[in-house]
Design a protein. Structure first.
Length: 283
């Protein structure tokens, strides 16, 4: 396991993933009933932007830093940016990962589980949340956690699956894990992040989900530059059972999610070819 998220924290992919995540959690909070949040590939929860890793790549400069400088913001970014500012300081010195955003937004009655397999990152994750009684951190495989922790007793939940894609079989594991998890807990909202590099690879992944995926599966994609199979030029998110806040359509028939992603494509563009798209894989 070579991947360390600190090099990439706050980049365009994190912005897309975390903006969507905060909207999904906001939606869950509309009902009084408690819910369960599971982060299968959690990372450490917080990255020091002045640290060696974040400074080495500077990726956050083309991500969260651009949003904080934007003169006008898309209205759907409010919950994300409120959380980032509350957790990361102003000026921003730290970038909150998905576990920190989840813990910040969850209520006293909600329950959270974070899994991380890298021993050092799992230790940092544990230390970051040891005082939060709602949170359980686990040094364990995220795919095993899906089997062990679903369905949640609350019968309401959001599951973020955010692997590093270091293994060749990651896509196949995802399709299998999602099918099994949704059999156990069909009404959960699943969010699976995937990179956009070689379009034939992500295309095959979407095709498999279209054939074998659970009902109500939506793919959202953000390209920040023209496709180049040799590097990550965009970021994708699979959403199973996406909430209405993302799927509702405006007078022109455009979904709220696509309106947000179009805005992000314009704001986070790193070259020609920046664009967004959505595709319902299963009805
Ligand atoms: N979800 C985090 C966020 O949004 O802030 C970022 C997670 S990062 C993309 C992926 C993490 O998964 C890495 O920290 C890596 O060590 C961890 N990891 C890799 N394989 C894993 C596995 N099988 N189970 C759990 N964690 C794993």
């Amino acid at each position: 396991m070579n991947y360390r998220h600190a090099y990439h924290a706050g980049n365009f992919a994190d912005v897309m993933k975390h903006a969507l995540l905060t909207l999904v959690i906001e939606h869950m909070k509309k009902k009084d009933k408690p819910f369960f949040l599971l982060d299968t590939h959690a990372g450490t929860g917080m990255t020091d932007l002045a640290g060696e890793e974040a400074q080495k790549t500077g990726e956050y400069q083309n991500g969260i830093a651009r949003l904080l400088e934007a003169p006008v913001l898309h209205p759907l970014l409010a919950p994300y940016l409120d959380a980032v500012r509350a957790l990361g300081g102003a000026p921003l010195t730290r970038y909150p990962g998905s576990p920190a955003l989840m813990a910040h937004m969850a209520r006293a009655e909600d329950r959270l589980a974070f899994c991380e397999l890298h021993p050092e990152d799992a230790n940092t994750l544990r230390a970051n949340f040891r005082r939060d009684a709602r949170v359980k951190t686990h040094e364990m495989d995220g795919y095993t956690a899906l089997k062990a922790m679903l369905p949640p007793k609350e019968r309401r939940g959001v599951i973020l699956i955010d692997p590093p894609f270091e293994q060749r079989d990651e896509y196949a594991r995802l399709v299998e894990a999602l099918a099994e998890a949704s059999r156990r807990f069909a009404t959960g909202t699943y969010m699976i992040w995937y990179p956009l590099k070689d379009p034939s690879v992500s295309g095959e992944f979407l095709e498999r989900l279209a054939n074998d995926g659970p009902p109500k599966t939506l793919a959202l994609e953000l390209q920040v530059m023209a496709t180049d199979p040799m590097r990550m030029t965009g970021s994708g998110m699979i959403l199973v059972n996406p909430p209405f806040v993302l799927t509702e359509r405006d007078g022109n028939g455009k979904s709220a999610a696509l309106s947000l992603l179009d805005w992000l494509a314009a704001t986070l563009a790193q070259g020609p070819g920046a664009r967004a798209r959505e595709e319902w894989l299963t009805a």
